[in-house]
Design a protein around this ligand. Sequence first.
Ligand SMILES: NC(=O)c1ccc[n+]([C@@H]2O[C@H](COP(=O)([O-])OP(=O)(O)OC[C@H]3O[C@@H](n4cnc5c(N)ncnc54)[C@H](O)[C@@H]3O)[C@@H](O)[C@H]2O)c1
Length: 311
Amino acid sequence: MKVTVVGAGNVGATCADVLAYREVVNEVILVDIKEGLAEGKALDIWEKAPINVYDTRTVGVSNDYSKTAGSDVVVITSGLPRKPGMSRDDLIETNAGIVKSVTENVIKYSPEAIVIIVSNPLDVMTYQAHLTSKFPRSKVMGMAGILDTARYRAFLAEALNVSPKEIQAVLMGGHGDTMVPLPRYTTVAGIPVTELIDSEKLDAIVQRTKTGGGELVKLMGTSAWYAPGAAAAQMVEAIVKDQRRVFPVCVKLEGEYGIDNCYLGVPVILGKNGIEKVIELELNEDEMAMLKESEGHVREVMSVLDKLNNK
Ligand SMILES: NC(=O)c1ccc[n+]([C@@H]2O[C@H](COP(=O)([O-])OP(=O)(O)OC[C@H]3O[C@@H](n4cnc5c(N)ncnc54)[C@H](O)[C@@H]3O)[C@@H](O)[C@H]2O)c1
């Protein structure tokens, strides 16, 4: 199996590293526009192979998409990250152009690939990749839900002083402050979380999760990469190993949840064909209202993209 990761910056290089040391695939191609960057990082990951004991071949290229030919999965991380004070939506103009040109190059050489978008604003960049590739929705998706859920699970594990392995959760909606954590569907080794934590503490954790990306941007001056890179690699693994794992993933909704033609995070089954199935949960009134609010926000940014594309 062969995977291409476009963008050898913080997130892309981390994703390539996880794919290599976990031996998810045989070959990882790292691509960047900056001369030497992808070559250098791929070589560094390859030189780590004898230490961490793996044999995944990692190769870097500067803008030469012929080397990516025949990739089974392509992860697109190219684009600007946020700086303090910026929202993800502020990145739209620059990143839409990058995602468009990268998608064109990628599908030229890998017309059968499954495409995972990481660049922000996530939901709308997934829409851009969909417009450019014209691939079915099962083959173009965005990574955000695994990361947002991981943040929520990590905060809960800390508050409850239990292993993060024990926390199962699902989170829906757009990748932004209108994301929809679902405490009703959160368990600690099968125990409803509401039995273990009072509602005030849980609300504070939900709030922290919604602004979890911004918390890190404030601390580091740029956005996160360890968890985002690992989250994208986990999606690749579910696809190439046909694991049929259930993850929140950004996908084009086609009537599910009463929402049509909008890109939102929802639980899906991920397997060899990409999105194997969108899972429709029974949401209560409050949860549905939050999802609708998130939809409204994503639709606003989608219409900004439409205007940019029609300029
Ligand atoms: N979806 C998520 O949950 C999530 C999480 C973290 C970051 N992000 C987003 O991922 C993107 C990357 O973040 P990062 O921290 O890795 O940024 P980074 O600046 O470290 O890396 C981005 C890389 O993209 C490269 N690039 C730019 N234009 C390119 C092009 N046309 N072709 C190939 N490469 C190109 C740059 O040279 C750079 O190396 C940002 O948009 C960020 O907001 C998303």
